[in-house]
Every structure is written in C-alpha cells, then in structure tokens.
Design a protein around this ligand. Structure first.
Ligand SMILES: O=C(O)CCC(=O)C(=O)O
Length: 283
C-alpha cells in the first residue's frame, strides 16, 4: 500500500487498548461545552462563524456538517451525529491527543524521516505542531473533501516543510470515505493559496490562484485499517468522498512543520498566538 508520495502505515499503534483510550478521550472532549458553529447566512451570524473559525487555531472548537440545522438553528439530526470535526489545538489542550501527538513513535518517526526528494536522509531538526483535528466523517452525511494540497492552507517558504499525520481510528474504506491521492502530485508546487481576507471584507479568507481540475482517474484510493497511519506530503493532491455508507470513519490528524529555516506565512488563516506558539514536537 502506498505511492511515491504516501508512506502509509508507518506505525500500527492504535489497535486494542490505545484505540479505546482515544475513544474515551473523544467522549470527554465532546462533553465539554459544545459551542455550535452556526452556518447561518445572515451577516452578523456569518461574521460570528468566521471569527469562530479564524480564532480556533489555539482552541478546541466544534464544527458541524452542512444542512444539519433548520432555519431556526435547531438540530435536525442529533448533535453527536452532526459533528464534522473538532479542531484545531487538541494536541495542546487535550491530554490524550497531546500524548498521541508527542508519542515516542511519532517523535522517532519524524527524527528519522527521509526527504526522498532531497536525495538525502534528513531527520527534521525543529519540528513544530501547527494544528490537529478529530474528523468524524459521519455515516450518510460526512461531506466530501474536495481535491486540495495542504500547503494551500498551511503555506510556507520554502514549500516542502509541512507533513500531515493522519491516523485512522476506524477502518477507512472506499465505502465510508477513505483518502485518495494523485501519485507524484507533490512535485509540482501548489496552484492556489488560501489567505486571510483584509479586515472589513465580508469573507474571512480568500483564495489566490485556483485549484486545478483533476481527472478522477488519476486518484488512487488508500484504504487503511483502524490504527494505521498515513503520512501526507504538504503538496500532494488528495481528497475524500462523501460518506454514503452507514459506517463512520473517524480519524485524528495533525500537521508538523520543519521550523528550521522556514518562514510561516503571515497570510495563513492559522497563526501561532501568544497563548499557543507552535509547540515543538520533540519533548
Ligand atoms: O479526513 C479527510 O477526509 C480529509 C483530510 C484531509 O484532507 C487533510 O487532513 O488534509
């Protein structure tokens, strides 16, 4: 399993008791004050939603699927079945996710990571964690994630400094919305960037450039068993499809950046804050 740009199943760590720990952690996370991410279209609420998203980088916040609220803002589907993701600082504020992110397997893996495209072995010297998310991909309604490159959202100069860790907490199959990749697509740079919109604009972010249209035939599915890890190169084109099945597809994901000689774009939606500067992966 794998492609030139996807090293899958580096560690098989979450089967058995560890997976149970993650599930317990989730139950605890979900039971804290759950703030609804309002997807209403009226200006004031929309501004509230934008701020809720834009200021979520150093918090644990809750985001819901589209179409789960009626026009009065009441849930049409139970909250726990409507939630799309929790982000973006589980790695900092939730003890269990913090432990998983900083686990010795992750630290050792990153220390030994091989940048093949540089033609030499190079462990990351100053890896920092920029964000983390728990993704639910709910049965029936877990929305599609359209083709994208992570560096569109997490832009660095130079490119090639961001690496996603995507840990399957449940089996991810073609039926319930596994990840799909275009092999080799990490070698051609990026085609668009998402930047913070200037203050006073109605949207909170905007795109510079445009995402290419990709032929569906170029995507390769990467199904993975519960407990497997997929490493995602910051520039590889990937997507996941709508979960039409009756099974959820939970995943925990976080992104690591090599901070040495790297400039994190001040235009990225996600910014380190005084409360939470990007923490070092190495402990
Ligand atoms: O989990 C998914 O469905 C998509 C995740 C993804 O695209 C990412 O983490 O960059």
């Amino acid at each position: 399993m794998g492609s030139p740009c996807v090293c899958s199943i580096l560690v098989k760590c979450q089967s058995g008791p560890r997976n149970l720990v993650l599930r317990k952690a989730f139950v605890r996370v979900i039971s804290v004050d759950c703030v609804l991410f309002m997807r209403r279209l009226d200006g004031k609420k929309m501004q509230g939603s934008s701020d809720y998203f834009l200021t979520s980088g150093d918090k644990i916040r809750f985001f819901f699927e589209k179409g789960v609220l009626d026009e009065k803002g009441n849930f049409l589907i139970a909250k726990e079945k409507s939630i799309s993701k929790i982000g973006h600082a589980l790695h900092a504020y939730d003890p269990v996710f913090k432990q998983i992110t900083h686990s010795s397997k992750v630290q050792f893996g990153v220390f030994c990571f091989v940048f093949k495209e540089l033609g030499r072995k190079l462990g990351l010297e100053r890896p920092v964690i920029v964000q983390s998310m728990y993704i639910f991909k709910q049965p029936g309604i877990g929305g599609e994630v359209t083709p994208h490159q992570d560096a569109t959202f997490l832009y660095t100069e130079p490119l090639g400094r961001v690496l996603g860790f995507w840990i399957a907490l449940e089996d991810a199959t073609q039926e319930n919305g596994c990840l799909w990749f275009i092999p080799g697509s990490h070698t051609s740079g990026i085609t668009r960037r998402m930047v913070r919109a200037p203050p006073g604009t109605s949207t909170c972010v905007e795109f510079v450039g445009s995402e290419m249209t990709y032929d569906d035939n170029r995507f390769v599915p990467v199904p993975i068993s519960k407990g497997g890890l997929i490493l995602i190169h910051g520039e590889v084109v990937h997507k996941s499809e709508l979960n039409r099945s009756e099974f959820s597809r939970h995943a925990f994901t976080f992104h690591v950046m090599e901070a040495k000689d790297t400039s994190w774009s001040k235009e990225n939606w996600l910014q380190p804050t005084p409360e939470l500067p990007f923490p070092s992966l190495y402990t």
